[in-house]
Design a protein around this ligand. Structure first.
Ligand code: SF4
Length: 500
């Protein structure tokens, strides 16, 4: 679809809305006049006294519709707010025209971002009541009542988490980018799993150095660790002695006296052993993820997972026997060869185990994954958006019936049917790290492969990001970069502590 603008150049906002409304379309920019019969969205922004007005005229498949939105003119001296308001009215005008043509609205309405929960959270921080914040979601942004209810529960959890944080606290993420085999929907771990695994010893040598530098720099900045999350990949791909070495170093170098949460993803049941769990427990991990994704053996096999549903049950028992108090289990709605009955049965089996957290993902078709690699017409048979909707509706009612409440959520590009990933929890078992990471509540320092350090300025909300190399072969050759990144993070934290 051609995109043309007048009075602005907000390409990003226009392209995001195009993807939301017409996911099969790609943005096109004409050097001259747009061909008369072509699909086309024209977006104009004007300012008249106190009001900023956006108008959209959209032509699609031979039909046309118009939409309009306006807002008070934002203050000139705050460019961030000004940009946000301009983008918001443009997206809303485009949304109104587009949905008039489509005759339906997406589940998240006019919201295009990854973090929809920030909207009601900020509304409540501005003094709106929960009912008013929810009305803003359903009224202004046209979010469906079901999604608005999810977002409101998560917003309340976010506000509670924020109140519990002290200004000198940070969280640590430690990324272990190894897995025993590669799942079909994965774009994260290296395609050549075997070659990557040979790099584990060298990777650990560098990671232990990064642990030392990070601890040293945090002491210089006067900050404490509030939560630790060891993710991946699958951290339990490491052997028990390797895990012992890594977690031992973390415990030795960091002051963990204020750390209230320590999570290790054990994701794949084919990596979980009693010996490794004993190591995790000894070093203080209280939360472990065991991720079935599905309890259907045929779907697991099609995904390249070298384990069965029976292995998941055995792993769960091992985790409980090791005395781990909090277990998370991930499921995915929309996997190839799955259907609503299969998903429901998977969820029922997981609920019967009684984990404290269940995360329900929706399949995202990621670039670089084997699923995306099939090419047009050669990909796997996926459940329809209606099937995925049915799976999620079942999940909402079944999880609530078992006392679970949504506490964090996020959306991704290429997500099946424009849905979401939602973390559910029994009361009091919410993961602080997950909330802090997703809602960007406080600084997160990332070590290891693939993590992104996020340095949040609490006064402006501005975030500086420092990426760690994603692949092991890049990571082991990045000593200087890693050291410089941690120095930069500490300088930032120090400046914040000193009010500079
Ligand atoms: S377990 Fe996760 S990180 Fe590992 S291959 Fe599968 S999807 Fe990728």
């Amino acid at each position: 679809m051609y995109l043309t603008f007048q009075g602005h150049d907000c390409r990003y906002a226009a392209e995001q809305m195009l993807l939301t409304l017409f996911p099969e379309e790609r943005p096109q920019y004409a050097g001259g006049p747009v061909p008369p019969e072509a699909d086309h969205a024209f977006l104009r922004l004007t300012q008249d006294g106190e009001r900023l007005t956006a108008e959209a005229q959209v032509r699609w498949q031979g039909r046309s519709a118009a939409g309009e939105a306006d807002a008070p003119v934002p203050p000139e001296d705050d460019p961030l707010v000004r940009d946000r308001v301009r983008q918001r009215v443009l997206k809303l005008a485009f949304y109104r025209a587009g949905t008039a043509l489509l005759g339906r609205e997406p589940p998240w309405g006019a919201l295009t971002g990854v973090r929809p929960v920030k909207i009601p959270t900020k509304a409540m921080e501005r003094g709106l009541s929960p009912a008013q914040a929810e009305a803003e979601l359903t009224g202004t942004y046209r979010v469906s009542p079901g999604r608005a209810a999810l977002a409101m529960d998560c917003a309340k959890a976010s506000l509670a988490a924020k109140r519990s944080l002290a200004p000198d606290e940070v969280s640590l993420y430690i990324g272990i980018p190894f897995c025993p085999t590669r799942c079909a929907y994965c774009s994260f771990v290296s395609a050549d799993v075997g070659r990557a695994l040979k790099l584990v010893p060298a990777f650990l040598d560098v990671l232990t150095q990064e642990v030392d530098w990070t601890a040293e720099e945090l002491r210089r900045a006067g900050c404490s660790v509030r939560s630790i999350y060891v993710g991946g990949g699958t951290p339990t791909t490491l052997s028990a002695p390797q895990l012992d070495r890594l977690l031992g170093r973390v415990g030795e170098k960091f002051d963990l006296s204020r750390c209230t949460e320590y999570t290790v993803e054990a994701g794949r049941p084919d990596t979980i052993t009693a010996e490794k769990l004993a190591v995790l427990r000894r070093h203080g991990a209280q939360r472990v993820s065991v991720n079935p994704q599905t309890m259907r053996d045929s779907v697991l096999a099609a995904m390249g997972r070298a384990h069965t549903a029976a292995d998941i049950l055995r792993s769960y028992e091992l985790v409980r026997a090791a005395g781990i108090p909090c277990v998370n289990m991930d499921l995915i709605a929309g996997l190839p060869q799955d259907d609503p009955e299969g998903f429901q049965s998977s969820l029922d089996q997981v609920l019967a185990l009684g984990p404290e957290n269940i995360t329900v993902h929706t399949l995202a078709m990621k670039k670089g994954s084997r699923l995306m690699g099939g090419g047009a017409g050669h990909g796997p048979v996926l459940p329809t958006a209606e099937d995925v909707d049915q799976m999620l509706s079942y999940a909402w009612s079944a999880l609530r019936a078992h006392g679970q409440t949504p506490y964090y959520l996020y959306r991704q590009k290429y997500m099946s049917g424009s849905f979401e990933n939602v973390g559910w929890s029994l009361p009091g078992w919410e993961s602080l790290y997950n909330i802090c990471m997703m809602e960007e509540l406080h600084p997160i320092l990332s070590l290891g492969g693939g993590g992104i350090t996020k340095l949040i300025d609490p006064r402006t909300g501005h975030i500086d990001r420092i990426s760690n190399p994603k692949y092991p072969h890049e990571y082991v050759n990045s000593l200087e970069k890693l050291r410089a990144g941690k120095r930069q993070a500490a300088d930032f934290l120090l400046a914040i502590q000193q009010g500079r």
